[in-house]
Design a protein around this ligand. Structure first.
Ligand SMILES: Nc1ncnc2c1ncn2[C@@H]1O[C@H](COP(=O)(O)OP(=O)(O)O)[C@@H](O)[C@H]1O
Ligand SMILES: [Mg+2]
Length: 232
């Protein structure tokens, strides 16, 4: 792969990022200007009101949304200098993503949902099942591996989404409002799981939320407003 910049010192760096969406005749500036760096092992919250650009930022960081301006470096690699195929390969190895709606496949069992991202690994079926069971054990759902997603509670579905995001053992986890649909008790269980993955496994986590109560679990908060960062 080309696109390595040896001057990049942090696991994740964004430089002068901007993102405009075309909406009819109008350009919507979802990200006006953002710059920050995140180190290996950090647990960072991106906090801001609805419409401030959080989901856009997360999808740009995740290699899913080409910025209009600026650069994203992950492990010194210029993410958007890669071809879309190279970027997809890089993403499946490096970045786990939990979307705002869990996006579980409703007609597949919990186990099958967790096995899905391993399609690219070339592992044998038995090995994939074993790895999926290991990660389901880690999130406390091994006994529900054969259920369908709609036979689970919201918190359990969230944990399946987490299991699916980390099954390929990526160093980075991105989570968009992971507790947005959960009651506060279930939300703290999910946050404790994320905290444990960060502390015990060294997973670097970037989590988006609009809820200040959720940000206390992380080590650092980056506040966003109208497409810019207020502090970090
Ligand atoms: N695909 C899109 N097309 C046009 N505008 C969009 C699109 N996605 C988001 N936006 C707009 O960009 C701004 C930021 O949105 P978003 O990143 O979803 O914010 P947040 O996640 O903080 O609520 C909002 O004004 C939103 O309406
Ligand atoms: Mg959002």
């Amino acid at each position: 792969m080309a696109a390595v910049n040896h001057e990049v010192e942090h696991l994740i760096e964004i430089r002068n990022i901007g993102k405009d969406y075309q909406s009819g005749d109008e350009m919507v500036p979802a990200i006006r200007q953002m710059d920050f760096a995140i180190d290996d092992g950090e647990f960072v919250t991106i906090m801001g009101h609805s419409g401030s650009g959080k989901s856009t930022l997360l999808s740009v960081l995740g290699g899913l949304n080409h910025p209009s301006r600026g650069k994203v470096f992950i492990d010194s690699l210029d993410l958007y200098d890669l071809s879309s195929e190279q970027r997809a390969d890089f993403r499946s190895e490096y970045i786990g993503i939990i979307f705002q709606s869990f996006q579980l496949i409703t007609y597949l069992t919990v186990l099958e949902n967790v096995i899905l991202p391993m399609a690219i690994t070339g592992l044998k079926r038995k090995e994939k099942e074993q790895m999926a069971m290991d990660v389901l054990l880690k999130v406390g759902l091994a006994s529900k591996a054969d259920r369908l997603p709609d036979q689970l509670s919201g918190g359990e579905q969230e944990r399946v989404a987490i299991a699916r995001a980390i099954v390929n053992q990526p160093p980075i986890l991105l989570a968009d409002e992971p507790t947005g649909n959960l009651d506060s008790e279930t939300a703290s269980e999910v946050m404790e799981l994320l905290t444990r993955l960060n502390r015990e496994e060294g997973l670097t986590i970037i989590m988006v939320t609009h809820n200040p109560e959720i940000s206390v679990y992380s080590n650092r908060t980056i506040r966003v407003q109208d497409g810019t960062c207020l502090e970090h």
